[in-house]
Design a protein around this ligand. Structure first.
Ligand SMILES: NC(=O)c1ccc[n+]([C@@H]2O[C@H](COP(=O)([O-])OP(=O)(O)OC[C@H]3O[C@@H](n4cnc5c(N)ncnc54)[C@H](O)[C@@H]3O)[C@@H](O)[C@H]2O)c1
Length: 351
């Protein structure tokens, strides 16, 4: 059995679904169900006895301790986080509470639990922390991609909070011997992503005939990875990663934001012809402190773990658009009043 946190969110839910259909080992899923947590993401495993959902906070040390004692998982995979850069600019407090303090509280519970285990179980136990390439800051064109030894230089409250959590994970290994693993991954896209992030926002707006808001000149570069490839990387690191190590995960798919939006419009034009989707692109005021370029060097995970992505950007984005087209009710259910008021705060005040 493994304990997953944040398993009702985008990547955590995809990971849980993939895990149960591949490894099959039971999952305890701890999630606070914030605005981005959605039990609808776990609909395919509703009623599956191998999945135990617990609504709660990773910052609740007593709760985490109880779950560890009760279920004795062989590993914890920590996805739970506040994740949206724009929200971190409007309100950084929640990012500090969950990403920094929450991760710290959980690590303390894990540290006590690991210390109480018999030697064999202790050696096999893993705490895998899911983090982001944003901790490394911004690259200029031509700079080498981020490697595991690139100095941290976070620029947003989101990336600063993730950087802090990574440091506490590192310290738990070096100081207390907690068998940790950290993955720093590039931008994910795919099914079940909350439609405030670039890819699902563009798909949702394009389908509704609304403007496609692109920050600044749209030339910001990100590396893109299809979510199931990220989930496979996490499974591989969990099985073959060396405790205390960090693994960068990327899709080798650097793209400008504007080209990502155009690629989505191209797929939509093929699948739902009749509208000039690209004409909906609208440039809006850039995000403050917007990082210009991220790029990931994933040589280490490819060489040491033997992982590589199965999807190209072209195949992954086509699958993604198809999923949103096939899951209209999922999208409609998520576009709640809270979502609408967020979108107007973000795009009507910055436009
Ligand atoms: N989305 C990306 O492109 C990307 C890339 C690299 C790394 N990551 C990391 O992967 C992880 C998951 O990202 P995501 O895109 O799925 O995020 P998400 O926002 O879709 O999901 C986050 C989940 O965490 C839960 N959560 C939030 N605070 C919690 C708390 N205090 N206790 C318990 N649960 C809580 C939410 O309810 C939600 O289900 C994050 O740690 C993020 O930093 C994301």
């Amino acid at each position: 059995m493994i304990l997953v946190t944040g398993g009702a969110g985008f990547i955590g839910a995809n990971f849980t679904l993939d895990w149960l259909s591949t490894a099959g080992e039971p999952v305890v899923n701890l999630d606070k169900l914030t605005y981005s947590g959605n039990l609808g993401n776990l609909a395919p495993i509703r009623g599956d006895r191998r999945h135990v959902f617990v609504r709660g906070d990773i910052g609740d040390r007593a709760l985490v301790a109880r779950l560890l004692a009760e279920h004795r998982p062989r590993a914890v995979v920590n996805f739970a986080a506040e994740t949206h850069v724009d929200r971190s600019i409007h309100g950084p407090d929640a990012f500090v509470r969950t990403n920094v303090l929450g991760t710290f509280e959980m690590l303390e519970a894990v540290r006590a639990h690991v210390a109480s285990l018999p030697a064999g179980e202790r050696d096999a136990f893993r705490f895998l922390h899911v983090s982001t390439d944003e901790v490394y800051g911004s690259l200029r064109p031509g700079d080498p991609a981020f490697s595991e030894t690139t100095p941290y230089a976070p620029n947003s409250p989101y990336s600063a909070s993730k950087a802090a959590s990574d440091h506490f994970v590192r310290a738990a290994f070096h100081t207390y011997g907690v068998p940790t693993l950290t993955t720093n991954c590039s931008n994910n896209y795919g099914p079940r992503q909350f439609p405030e992030k670039l890819v699902p926002l563009m798909i949702a707006n394009a389908l509704a005939g609304k403007p496609l808001p692109v920050y600044g000149d749209g030339r910001q570069v990100r590396d893109w990875l299809y979510v199931s490839d990220h989930c496979a990387a996490i499974r591989a690191v969990l099985e073959r990663g060396r405790p205390g190590e960090v693994y960068n995960v990327g899709g080798n798919a650097e793209m400008q934001n504007l080209d990502v939006v155009r690629a989505i419009c191209d797929v939509l034009s093929r699948e739902r012809p009749g509208r000039d989707y690209a004409s909906l692109v609208t440039f809006v005021k850039d995000r403050p402190g917007h990082d210009r370029r991220y790029a990931i060097d994933s040589t280490k995970i490819r060489r040491e773990i033997g992982w590589q992505p199965a999807e190209t950007f072209a195949s992954g984005i086509a699958k993604t658009v198809h999923w949103y087209l096939d899951n209209g009710p999922w999208l409609a259910a998520i576009q709640t009043r809270e979502y609408q008021s967020w979108i107007s705060l973000q795009y009507e005040t910055t436009a």
